[in-house]
Design a protein around this ligand. Structure first.
Ligand code: ADP
Ligand code: MG
Length: 867
């Protein structure tokens, strides 16, 4: 049996949108059929029904009401699905035969314009890519809500592409049809992302102005793919798309994804939340636009001295002029999200309330300009003293849009009195009619003597006179015509009332139509201001970020950094900004940095928990803050501009747990070694820790030597391998420092103070004591430590002193228990010494049971040979 025409229509549309849910408009519902219905009913927890639609079986079906569809759409988007919205293109009441239906928009995770999946403080990026060869990719990025477009060229392998996409938190990626399947698979596995395909890459003539800054064809390919995908899915004009901004790698401090993550710039490692990140610390923005801009800035610190200085100048001015700053903050708080409003204007889905917000926001601008001009610094005035006021737009909105309009744009109440003569006349007519009705009620009450008589209105019956059952007797014969009977009242009409009703309803209908028309016209006019609004939004966002910097800098007593020449670093009273804020009790111990071309590597030793990692990150964060244009957490600071920052954490120290292996640690280190220059900052935190001791020391030493001799980057290297401190003697520019700790009545006290020279003792036992391990264990560990220390003097530097070994071996001591169970020493032979050393080098954590057996066998053999 054949399907009904409607189901056939459904199937032919669905065939074009195989990877999306098709929301098929049927009256007041969006219906889904077949597989879509089964899946949607599960995902949305709505009832699955079925209907007869021809065919041999009933067709599974489910639906959501048109007016509450957006909540369901959001739910599906959040799960990464796409939704094709299919509308009725003709009025079913007047159409003979079947109504024409079309998909008017494909909503996808990367293109959603409203709803709670969008975070106001974060961009929602969609990325499109083009491949030139397997080492070079073009990545075009767009935030449809704000119209921002960006282009980055990634040189590197597919991993690099995945990292870049991950770094911008993109929700959706648009790929060419010929993307190799293994690439697609990796992307799906590693990123929680929606994959879409677009073949078309030609940029239509009308969008050429956006691509002016793209100088090579390959970048245009990526942007073209993105643009065509947006046009194909959104099916509208997209007037708000902004010119593509090319992210030139040389304009920004380079930081790969690992470094950003390790420094916790925008989210913490532990729970991936904003709280505890640098972004969290610095976010004193007053607007959503500012918050988004701040995140972008933190992810891309500048390298141009002048551009950084310009930002610092504004921060300095606002930091010092408290009253102006507070006044500015007040104004900014009244500014809504102009950027996203502009996007929605272009999309054609702003309502009158949005336009009122737009007006109110624009009305704040003169106040902002006034405050800026009160600031004494000329450069600040030059940069922010002449904002686009959009005065004619404000005038239009002020004259046209009612002050407190309803959400709906079709029910009237949108347009102000006095804006349009015709509308005023309709309103007058409707008002007169209503006055007449109010008067009618009074007159009828008087003449019939029924005090409770009232004139009412409902949509089905129109106007009526209502009298309660108890009073029916008082109505003079033939005065009214009966219209409707209720349980305890009767409703009537009169010919006069009918006549007025027609007048009123006519006027109201015309009024609504006209209001809607006027509203659309205003909305069209607002469209022409989109570029102005976007420019204004950008300026306000920047000003907002900078005032936020001023707030934080004052509150936390940061200082204005100076630029140093010749790679000098001088920091007095420096702090790790986030740790300091989290402690927030004044117990943070400030530290200094003194580095320069002749002293550009610090080897940092000290017990666990002393503050090595904190000290290292402090320097990187200080550099990032300065290059973002913020004051820095120090009493005084002079720094060079770094071209790149690398942060590597030894595998065993990696908090992400399990995910990271020694191999990853080495891959990351390779990256740093391959890319760093002498103007880079490298932090290597306990590198080599993920492997066995000698391996680790050897690698660490080789890495340090390579950086020292070849790369010459400013480097901080923390280690718990005390053996490495001897490098201070052989490497000219390497200096030993340690984070001090003190023993106080057998307990360890962390001073968190960085002191010149190498740390000299291991405090592991004290830490164990702090952790309240049983006293016997602690006491026993102290005894063993003593013994080990004595014997390891021989084990250390095995390589260097092979010749001395024989003599030493004879002196080694070995402890056995005496009859009372107490350890006692006994002289050891050379063989015994070797045996002991062998034992010491075994890293139990690294052995499989089988390897352990082998080792035991080996040891036993040694003993036997000796025998
Ligand atoms: P390490 O890397 O040496 O093991 P961390 O840098 O991880 O030590 O620091 C351990 C803890 O010590 C931090 O979580 C912090 O609470 C505290 N700490 C570190 N440096 C300081 C400091 N300068 N002042 C106060 N507390 C600090
Ligand atoms: Mg550490």
């Amino acid at each position: 049996m054949a399907y009904t025409p409607m189901i056939q229509q459904y199937l032919s549309i669905k065939a074009q949108y195989k990877d999306a849910f098709l929301f098929f408009r049927l009256g007041d519902f969006y219906e889904m059929f077949f597989e879509d219905a089964k899946r949607a009913s599960k995902e949305l927890e709505i009832t699955l029904t079925s209907r007869d639609g021809g065919g041999n079986e009933r067709i599974p079906m489910c639906g959501v009401p048109y007016h509450s569809a957006s909540a369901y759409i959001n739910q599906l988007i959040e799960k990464g699905y796409k939704i094709a919205i299919c509308e009725q293109m003709e009025d079913p009441k007047v159409t003979k035969g079947m109504v024409r239906r079309e998909v008017v928009q494909l909503i996808t995770p990367g293109t959603i314009m409203e709803g709670k999946t969008l975070s106001e403080k974060q961009n929602n990026f969609i990325v499109a890519l083009s491949m030139f060869d397997d080492r070079s990719y073009g990545l075009a990025m767009n935030d449809l809500t704000t119209g921002e477009n960006r282009l980055t060229i990634v040189s590197g392998d597919w991993d690099e592409v995945i990292r870049e996409i991950d770094a911008v938190d993109a929700r959706e990626v648009v790929v060419p049809p010929d993307l190799p399947e293994q690439h697609a698979k990796r992307m799906r596995q590693q990123l929680d992302i929606t994959l879409s395909v677009e073949a078309e890459t030609d940029v239509h003539e009308s969008f050429r102005p956006l691509t002016e800054k793209l100088d090579d064809d390959s970048s245009i390919l990526a942007f073209g793919r993105l643009l065509n995908y947006l046009l194909r899915t959104q099916k509208r004009s997209l007037d708000h798309l902004q010119p593509v901004e090319v992210v030139e790698p040389n304009q920004y401090m380079k930081m790969d994804v690992h470094s950003k993550r390790n420094l916790e710039l925008v989210e913490t490692i532990r729970n991936k939340g904003k709280k505890g990140s640098l972004l969290w610390l610095l976010d004193e923005t007053a607007t959503a636009m500012g918050a988004r801009k701040l995140k972008q800035w933190i992810e891309r610190p500048l390298v141009s001295r002048q551009a950084i200085a310009e930002r610092l100048q504004v921060v300095a001015a606002l930091k010092d002029q408290f009253f102006q700053r507070e006044a500015l903050r007040e104004e900014l708080k009244g500014v809504y999200d102009l950027e996203r409003l502009a996007g929605r204007v272009a999309f054609g889905n702003v309502n009158a309330r949005d336009l009122v917000q737009l007006k109110k926001s624009l009305q704040r601008v003169p106040g902002i300009v006034a405050v800026v001009n009160e600031l004494e610094e000329l450069p600040v005035q030059e940069r922010f003293g002449r904002l686009e006021l959009c005065e004619s737009l404000v005038a239009l909105l002020e004259a046209g849009i009612a002050d407190d309009p309803p959400l709906s744009v079709k029910d009237g109440g949108l347009i102000k009195d006095g804006y349009n003569r015709q509308l005023d006349e309709y309103r007058e007519a409707a008002r007169n009619g209503k006055d007449w009705i109010a008067a009618l009620q009074m007159r009828e009450r008087e003449e019939t003597g029924i005090k409770s008589l009232k004139v009412g209105f409902n949509k089905v019956f129109g106007y009526y006179i209502e009298v309660t059952k108890a009073n029916l007797g008082q109505i003079p014969e033939g005065r009214y015509e009966r219209k409707q009977t209720l349980t305890n009242a009767e409703r009537y009409v009169t010919p006069e009332l009918k006549e007025k009703e027609v007048l009123i309803l006519e006027a109201e209908e015309k009024m609504l139509d006209l209001e809607y028309e006027l509203f659309l016209a205003i909305r069209e006019q607002v469209k022409t201001y989109i570029p102005d609004l976007q420019l204004l939004a950008k300026q306000i966002a920047e000003l907002d970020v900078l005032q936020g910097f001023a707030v934080v800098s004052e509150e936390r007593q940061y200082c204005c950094p100076e630029f140093s020449r010749d790679r000098e670093i001088m920091i007095r009273g420096g702090r790790h900004p986030v740790v300091e804020k989290v402690l927030d009790d004044g117990t943070y111990v400030a530290n200094n940095f003194e580095m320069n071309r002749e002293r550009n590597m610090l080897l940092i030793t000290g017990p666990n928990m002393a503050g090595k990692s904190t000290y290292m990150r402090q320097l990187a964060l200080t550099a990032v803050m300065m290059q973002v244009g913020c004051f820095v957490p120090a009493a005084e600071a002079r720094l060079p501009i770094f071209d790149q920052v690398f942060t590597r954490i030894g595998a065993a120290d990696d908090l992400v747990g399990g995910q990271s292996t020694f191999m990853v640690e080495m891959l990351e280190t390779k990256d740093a070694l391959a890319k760093a220059t002498e103007h880079s900052l490298i932090l290597l935190d306990e590198i080599g820790r993920g492997t066995s001791t000698y391996d680790g020391i050897a690698l660490a030493q080789a890495i340090i030597e390579h950086i020292h001799d070849t790369i010459k980057a400013t480097t901080l290297f923390s280690t718990h391998y005390h053996e490495l401190t001897k490098l201070g003697k052989t490497l000219d520019r390497l200096v030993n420092v340690h984070v001090g700790a003190m023993e106080d009545e057998g307990r360890i006290v962390f001073l968190h103070k960085v002191i010149e020279g190498a740390a000299d003792e291991s405090y592991g036992i004290h830490v164990a004591q702090l952790a309240e391990l049983p006293d016997e264990v602690i006491a026993r560990a102290r005894v063993i430590l003593k013994e080990l220390e004595t014997s390891s003097q021989a084990a250390a530097s095995v390589q260097d002193r092979r010749s001395e070994e024989r003599d030493l071996g004879k002196q080694l001591s070995f402890f056995v228990r005496d009859s009372g169970g107490h350890p006692k020493r006994k002289a050891m032979s050379e063989k015994e010494g070797q045996l002991i050393r062998k034992l010491q080098t075994i890293d139990l954590m690294e052995l499989t049971p089988l390897e352990a057996m082998n080792k035991l066998y080996e040891l036993q053999k040694m003993v036997d040979e000796k025998g």
